[in-house]
Design a binder for this molecule. Structure first.
Ligand code: FAD
Length: 285
């Protein structure tokens, strides 16, 4: 973990682009409520295949127009063309967007063509070739390994490809087992990778939703957490109280070990992230 200790610590928050005016208003309120944690940036996800192209842009413009916080659109390359990605990069450059989260994405159901990019390292390479050093590029990392990885070694080497292609920093898939992150960072150090690897944090507020997400993305809910959450049944306040304890402890351990910050998957809600940050004394002002 030594390589991570010299990076300045920063907190960031992720949103998804809503598809209704009501959702946009909720997002604006969440964004405002999160200001006391002094976020380094707000990121907005992007539907693979371009399904949220306009809405991601709209949410990014909302962040730019209403706060001084950096806005970082996610960009996926699956089922895309070089011309299409070039057009999006041009739009973001015109808006003076300086940070991107570059991903492969997953083929939307019903689509079978990968398009002109196969993996995220190709997207990173393309962004660098087209725009030089204009963007700070974030990529995804998987301490518990990507669900499609053939072997753990290959997954690490594939992560290295993204760094070699020009990624500046990484955000991890969420996890509840800090050892997986510590091991991953140590493995990256052994490969000579020198970049901030920021843990992605998923607050626990709803067990069935979390279980569904985790099955899809390959993040493990450890048995001792799963059993407890199951035992609370429909008692949402008990789930939230327990989730707050567990995730705050996780964040505390990560920061104490030298993690260079935390990236919160907010699900467009400020409350759970604020509650964790409050307990960690990360609220300023
Ligand atoms: P890659 O890095 O390309 O890896 C995908 C798989 O291919 C891995 O198994 C890897 O080992 C393998 N691989 C990689 N490169 C090669 C290569 N050159 N040759 C052979 N195998 C290779 N999804 C969205 O749709 N929209 C979002 O906005 C979004 N945001 C995300 C943000 C974060 C922080 C994270 C962690 C994930 C996000 N995702 C998002 C999900 C992500 O798109 C999926 O996890 C996807 O399956 C992989 O994307 P990637 O960029 O990690 O892919």
């Amino acid at each position: 973990m030594d390589s991570q200790k010299h990076y300045p610590k920063q907190i960031s928050c992720e949103f998804f682009p809503p598809n209704t005016d009501e959702g946009m208003a909720k997002l604006a309120a969440a964004r405002k409520a999160l200001m006391p944690i002094s976020p380094a940036f707000f990121s907005v996800t992007y539907g693979a295949g371009g399904s949220t192209r306009e809405r991601t842009l709209q949410a990014i413009q909302g962040i730019r127009a209403n706060s001084d916080v950096d806005a970082a659109p996610h960009l996926t390359c699956v089922a895309s063309t070089r011309a299409g990605i070039r057009e999006i990069l041009t739009t973001y450059r015109k808006l003076d967007i300086r940070r991107l989260v570059a991903l492969r994405g997953d083929l939307p159901s019903g689509m079978s063509e990968f398009g002109e990019f196969r993996y995220a390292n190709e997207l990173v390479e393309f962004i660098r070739a087209e725009t030089g050093d204009h963007f700070h590029i974030e990529v995804a990392a998987y301490p518990e390994f990507h669900p499609q990885a053939r072997t753990t070694e290959r997954d690490l080497l594939n992560f290295k490809r993204k760094v070699d292609a020009g990624a500046n920093s990484a955000i991890t898939q969420y996890f509840y087992n800090p050892e997986s992150y510590f091991r991953f960072v140590d493995d990256c150090e052994k490969l000579g990778l020198d970049l901030p690897i920021v843990p992605g944090i998923m607050p626990i507020t709803n067990f069935s939703q979390l279980a569904r997400f985790s099955d899809n993305c390959g993040a493990e809910i450890p048995r001792w957490i799963r059993k407890r959450l199951e035992s609370y049944g429909d008692d949402l306040s008990a789930i939230r109280a327990y989730g707050l304890d567990v995730v705050t402890d996780l964040c505390r351990r990560l920061l104490a070990a030298g993690a260079p910050g935390l990236h919160f998957y907010t699900m467009n809600r400020a409350g759970p992230t604020l509650a964790i940050c409050e307990r960690l004394a990360l609220i300023r002002g």
